[in-house]
Design a protein around this ligand. Structure first.
Ligand code: MIC
Ligand code: MG
Length: 301
């Protein structure tokens, strides 16, 4: 997409949530690439991904902040807007614990649905929430979380509500029990966080009837598993939440060190996206052509 959003031709009538539902029920595992801003969303879309994921961890880190529930609905909304403007690909947005209680969650659903977000996920942690792969997470009660899910469902016209449980860190049985209850409360997609063993991966699939989201984050508790293996295990959506951000951050870190040391960008020139490729990626020339055409139409009707 990109320039189409300005042109009013961004398929407003095609529901992204509907497309995500089709993917969730396609009978195969679909990769949702982590996109943390407009540019990464364009690159992931051009690479052919069928779904995108806006991670709270990547968004926080891109703001120089830890993933401890410091980001607000406004922060998430702005970044989701950047992404949904330039890509038609269904976007799943990490809404942490929902930015508050029932009414806050309802507002989050409405605000994000209005900008074309296909799905949000809510997790059952207390503040300060943590990355699911860390220790000492504190959970809200199953009943409180079910109320949050019901609130999200009540507010959603056309949005997939995904529920995440972080209970696995202390009891996998509790995680499975919660996952089932969250499904009954209205979650269409279930995210059992930090699956540590193949046995847990199998049990979650066997015991939870709803479509499942798998979190293929790096350096966490879940072993690195390929998309085809998630597919064989019967999972439906596989997110790569922080991967692209990690790659970009490492590259930028190396670049700054080199520039600081050498006083020129020399060795990094071949690593850079050249001007023309950058412009083509963000459709610079299409915007320019649109401008020229509109001006011409106005001046020479
Ligand atoms: C999925 C996640 O919620 C995220 O914000 O991307 C994180 C990812 C991570 O920290 O690696 C998580 O809590 O798993
Ligand atoms: Mg998160």
């Amino acid at each position: 997409m990109t320039v189409e959003w300005l042109n009013g031709k961004n398929e407003k009538d095609v529901s992204r949530a509907g497309r995500l539902r089709r993917l969730m029920h396609s009978g195969r595992a679909v990769a949702a690439a982590g996109a943390y801003d407009g540019m990464s969303a364009v690159l992931a879309t051009n690479a052919g991904f069928e779904a995108l994921y806006l991670s709270g961890a990547a968004l926080s880190a891109s703001m120089g902040l830890p993933d401890l529930g410091l980001i607000t609905l406004d922060d998430v909304w702005r970044r989701a807007r950047e992404i949904s403007r330039v890509s038609n690909v269904p976007l799943i947005v990490d809404c942490d614990t929902g930015f508050g209680e029932a009414l806050n969650i309802m507002r989050a659903v409405r605000e994000l649905e209005e900008i074309g977000v296909a799905c949000i996920h809510l997790e059952d942690q207390q503040f300060p929430k943590k990355c699911g792969h860390l220790n000492d997470k504190k959970l809200v009660s199953t009943e409180d979380m079910c109320r949050k899910i019901a609130a999200a469902r009540a507010a959603a016209n056309d949005m997939v509500i995904c529920a995440r449980t972080d209970a696995g860190a202390t009891s996998f049985d509790d995680a499975l029990d919660r996952a089932k209850r969250y499904g009954e409360a209205g979650a269409e997609l279930i995210f059992v966080e930090a699956l540590t063993t193949q046995d847990n991966i199998r049990r979650a699939r066997a015991e939870i009837e709803k479509p499942l989201l798998a979190n293929m984050t790096e350096f966490g508790r879940t072993p690195q598993i390929s998309l085809s293996e998630w597919d064989a295990a019967g999972y439906n959506i596989v997110i790569y939440p922080v991967s692209a951000f990690r790659v970009a951050s490492k590259a930028v870190q190396r670049f700054y060190a080199s520039l600081r040391a050498n006083g020129h960008v020399g060795e990094f020139l071949p690593e850079m996206m050249p001007r023309t490729e950058l412009y083509e990626t963000i459709q610079y020339y299409d915007y320019e052509a649109l401008d020229g055409q509109i001006v011409k139409t106005v001046l020479e009707p």
